[in-house]
Write a protein that binds this ligand. Structure first.
Ligand SMILES: *Cc1c(COP(=O)(O)O)cnc(C)c1O
Length: 364
């Protein structure tokens, strides 16, 4: 069993690396998750050897046996994080150890191998370093996707005895259509994302598979995202398909649903809570009912609502549609508090504003 906190990576550079001109072209108009960098990191795990065979290599397809466990029982988890290029050209990550910790928590919930935080960070940094030319400047970033899947060829129902950990990366621009100041959301009255005792707090692919039908319904209703309510009462607001949610009240305070085990503990969410408190903005982590939201939006008690996550950063919610109608939040566009929080957070992430928290992690 390998108990070292660091692994030795064997690096093989891509035989035909993308030219600087081609990289520049892909970075100029990055579509979310369509164009990938030249390399990937892989590390294997087996019961007998622990973590081993750590590689930085040319990005290539996996060879998967039809009996590969992940294809049948969905033992798979992932992370989402970004590398930013500052105005001085330096590249940094935002709170990467939080991703590493959450990855371990997700693995534990899904009965998967435990990847040490130091190795997770080593892998992510190795990929950013070799593909550093792909990190866009300006408002773009390099989206990093660490993930792990069960790779044993076996159809019995039990935890796999083999896993593959991998990191890939793609240059990205805004998650939502550029120029859109607020998104519309559909409140799903039929489908839920997570139930108590389930996997809602783990970042696993299965949660997303189960949420896609509601996302399709949202698109049919002309909405960009789904708001999920709790599974037991269909009453309490939980989160969006892949983002947490904040309400700005008329006294300037923030409200967000508490981490009850059915909500994904977003690092953006946690950062906004800390950032707001430092700004003297009160934050309450309290359950909030959909009916109350509707009443509060009408009375003006709720002034702004925003979604947050690594991909979407901070995005205002303008319109809310549900089975019995729709309502508008404030003026239907980005409000003052949302803009303030977004400016602060992105400012710290991109090194434009001093980081008083020690969140920014330089990549050498
Ligand atoms: C990843 C994710 C988030 C946001 O987490 P961040 O760490 O802020 O990127 C929120 N909800 C769900 C369901 C997620 O998968």
């Amino acid at each position: 069993m390998n108990t070292d906190t660091q692994l030795q990576f064997v690096t093989t550079t891509h035989p035909t690396r993308t030219s600087p001109e081609q990289i520049a072209a892909s970075i100029a108009t990055p579509m979310f998750g369509r164009v990938f960098t030249d390399h990937m990191v892989t590390i294997r795990w087996t019961d007998a050897l622990g973590w081993h065979d750590a590689k930085v290599e040319a990005r290539r397809p996996f060879q998967i046996d039809p009996a590969c466990a992940v294809l049948h029982y969905a033992q798979e988890i992932f992370e989402g994080m970004k590398a930013y290029r500052g105005e001085d050209g330096a590249i940094s990550l935002f709170r990467p150890l939080e991703n590493a910790r959450r990855f371990r928590a997700s693995a534990a919930r899904m009965s998967m191998a435990d990847l040490p935080e130091a190795v997770f960070l080593q892998a992510v940094e190795a990929l950013v370093a070799i593909d550093r030319d792909w990190v866009p400047g300006g408002n773009g970033s390099l989206y990093l996707r660490p993930f792990m899947f069960a790779s044993e060829n076996f159809l019995g129902v039990r935890a796999s005895s083999e896993y593959v950990f991998c990191v890939i990366a793609c240059p990205v621009g805004p998650y939502f259509k550029a120029g859109k100041t607020a998104v519309n959301v559909w409140v799903s009255d039929q489908y839920t994302r997570a139930a108590p005792g389930g996997t809602g707090a783990a970042k696993c692919g299965g949660n997303y598979a189960a949420s896609l039908i509601a996302q399709t319904e949202a698109s049919e209703k002309g909405c960009d995202q789904v708001v999920f309510l709790d599974a037991a009462e269909h009453r309490w607001i939980e989160e969006l398909g892949g983002m947490n949610v904040f309400f700005v009240m008329d006294d300037g305070s923030l409200l967000t649903p508490p981490l009850s085990g059915t909500i994904l503990p977003g690092i953006t969410r946690a950062s906004i809570i800390e950032l707001a408190k430092r700004e003297g903005i009160a934050v309450r982590e309290t359950p909030y009912a959909f009916d109350t939201w509707r009443t509060d939006a009408a009375s003006g008690r709720v002034k702004e609502v925003f979604a947050c996550g690594t991909a979407a950063v901070v995005t205002a919610i303008g319109q809310v549609r549900h089975a019995d109608g729709e309502f508008t939040i404030g003026h239907g566009d980005e409000g003052e508090v949302t803009r303030h929080i977004r400016t602060l957070l992105t400012g710290i992430q991109r090194g434009k504003i001093a980081d008083p928290f020690g969140w920014v992690h330089r990549v050498k």
